[in-house]
Design a protein around this ligand. Structure first.
Ligand SMILES: *[C@@H]1O[C@H](CO)[C@@H](O)[C@H](O)[C@H]1NC(C)=O
Length: 237
């Protein structure tokens, strides 16, 4: 019986990659070109966790790439904290939850929350980030990928570095996306990619949406964007 190993391989192949499907848009995104704005605001609605600047472990990265990571990693941690805060505050009825995880459902909400809790406990600043590994050239459109069996190692391709700092399909949200692939952070797959596919997945197949990395990425990016100032505080540090 080869089914178990076949399905394992299938999972493995779908769980390791993220395609930069919006690479063309990202190239012209103003956030990719201009420095982040500064400003101080606070969000009375969601408890924000402002993380200090970090110096992530990098391999084969230029100074510019390492600098981009030192901003993106704390922002990714903030995204996760905000996602968790919003899940707790709004429960399964929240607009953001419905958009990315579909019809309100306590059990699914609890699964999503447990994955964000695992992400929040994870040591993202302790991850190793490999810049432009040779595997990037085999898949031109990829912006980042992980092998979920190699915990805490993220491979970043050029698409990652031309992505904007924040928001959906940003460096910060891509890190959240990739981190959800690891076994203990949800072991997500890439069933659907991009915003419209992921929204459609949530509407039609919410039980699959809660296993899809992009849905976590967009939920976290949107939860954070309501906080507004979070980015500025982190970016300005
Ligand atoms: C780092 O770059 C060197 C030189 O190009 C290469 O041989 C090595 O495999 C790279 N390391 C990783 C982890 O990709």
């Amino acid at each position: 019986m080869s089914f178990p190993s076949f399905s394992w391989d299938l999972l493995r192949s779908t769980a390791t990659l993220i395609v930069c499907s919006l690479a063309a848009t990202v190239l012209h995104h103003p956030d990719a070109l201009v420095p982040p704005s500064t400003g101080v605001l606070s969000d009375p609605h969601i408890g924000l966790a402002i993380n200090p600047r970090v110096t992530p472990r990098v391999v084969n990265c230029t100074g510019t790439e390492a600098e981009a990571l030192s901003q993106a990693v704390p922002l990714a941690i903030d995204y996760i904290a905000n996602a968790l805060a919003e899940l707790e505050h709004e429960g399964p009825e929240g607009d953001n939850y419905r958009r990315w995880f579909g019809a309100p459902n306590r059990q699914r909400h609890s699964t999503v929350s447990s994955h964000f809790e695992a992400l929040a406990r994870d040591d993202l600043p302790g991850y190793t980030f490999i810049c432009n590994p040779s595997a990037c050239t085999e898949h031109e459109s990829e912006c980042a990928f992980v092998d979920y069996t190699i915990k805490g190692v993220m491979n970043l391709c050029s698409g990652f570095f031309i992505a904007p700092n924040r928001g959906r399909n940003s460096r910060a949200s891509i890190i959240v996306h990739e981190a959800t692939h690891f076994f203990r952070n949800g072991f997500t797959s890439d069933h659907a990619r991009g915003e419209s596919e992921s929204e459609r997945l949530a509407r039609s197949f919410p039980h699959i949406a809660i296993t899809n990395a992009d849905n976590y990425e967009y939920f976290a990016a949107d939860a954070c964007s309501r906080g507004g100032a979070l980015h500025s505080l982190t970016d300005a540090s």
